[in-house]
Design a protein around this ligand. Sequence first.
Ligand code: FAD
Length: 454
Amino acid sequence: MTLTSTPAINWDALVAALGDIEVIREPGQVEKLSKDYYNFSPVLVKQLADKTGDLVVRPKTEAEVLKVAKACVAAKVPVTVRGAGTGNYGQCIPLEGGVILDLSRMNAVKWVKPGIACVEAGAKLSAIDKVTRESGWELRMYPSTYRTATIGGFIGGGSGGIGSVLYGQLRDRGNLIAVRVVTMEDEPRVIELRGDEVQKVNHAYGTNGIITELEIPLGPAYPWTEVIVAFDDFMTAARFGQALGDADGIIKKMISIHAWPIPSYFVPLKPFLPEGKAAALLMVAEPNIEPFGELVKAFGGTVTYSKAAQDASKGTLLAEFTWNHTTLHGRSVVPSLTYLQTLFLTDANLELIEQLYHHFGDEVMMHLEYFRVGGKVVPAALQVVRYTTDERLFEIIQYHEEQGALIANPHTYMLEDGGMKTVDPVQVDFKAQVDPYGLLNPGKCRGWLERIGG
Ligand code: FAD
């Protein structure tokens, strides 16, 4: 059965069925909690600005999630899961209204053992780190939205971030150990997925199960020094980034490279970002700072800022200028700016990056993040783009693809069209099993729409 046969919904009856579970019905609040950072994309703004849920439900326990699932299945109400709503592609914006299932109240860190933690889905990444660091462990990776994003949302919609230069991406085997998932069957159940089975719900935009609890791997908690290095030109900064990524003896958590004028958008860091120069924003393990300094010297860079690990919690976090925070800062100065996400998996000498950098000049400003793919450190670009029209944006994307760069299109809400995923039959099969009425985040999974002929 699909939603097209859904009868009119009696919202009062649904709320009554939820008993004392927290429900928000005030339209302004519901609208706010129906949105994410889709407005980074002028294309998505046109498609999603008027989409909103009908009410928000905030369970505190897995038992309450089961109760919500049962009531929503009975009434055939769409359910869109929400963590903190920091996604970029309208991932948690409901296309067909219904319930916004806000899991932010389910935020316990249940246990920590050496190298592994068990957490509820709504736990914020920074809050998890705070607990695990007490015993010398930390999250392997986190997005630049570390302070606000939840672990459930990171798994549901994220890809990687700070730490990915050491550990790869969330999709890599080993970066998610186990999940508990609530189903949307007539009699909702809790299913535990372990080993490769976790891939059934990993990065599925909440379309095939409600993740309530996760076991996640941890890494040793190094003291991280935050450093800015300025370079006269962008390509030297990019080559330095690659060399630092390749330097196996220097442990680093973040290598973020920015062509001028991007640093001019980082207003709070202005004193450390010389006019006209490229900048590298870095996190390096404190015991490796001396050899790191030698590498900086070899590339002719100038260290303009250094914050010792003991001051990590004070002042500005450099991580909050990297990954997609770069676009955020750009947009706070020039609101029409947008961005691209580009992978350079076979550009060992950075020749394609150099060509694209010169080809587009100021229209597509280069911003690289180094991360590990298949054992090698490679750059990804989150270029900041001066938007003019949708046609021009698609022309820019097409040019990148023609030159051999891989674009993970951030201007689509469709799961399979964004992160270079193809339809994943395993995820669609799992959806057929656990969400037979297609109620979870409807309209986002192309594989499901094809299967039901929608
Ligand atoms: P939400 O936005 O609430 O949800 C994301 C998706 O997951 C939605 O489809 C939702 O339905 C689904 N979901 C949420 N919780 C669950 C659950 N419990 N079970 C099943 N599905 C669920 N992303 C990166 O990967 N790396 C980055 O460095 C990065 N930087 C960013 C910087 C900025 C400025 C912004 C605005 C976004 C950035 N993002 C980045 C995207 C986003 O912040 C992250 O992916 C973040 O982890 C999402 O977490 P959230 O709690 O906000 O999820």
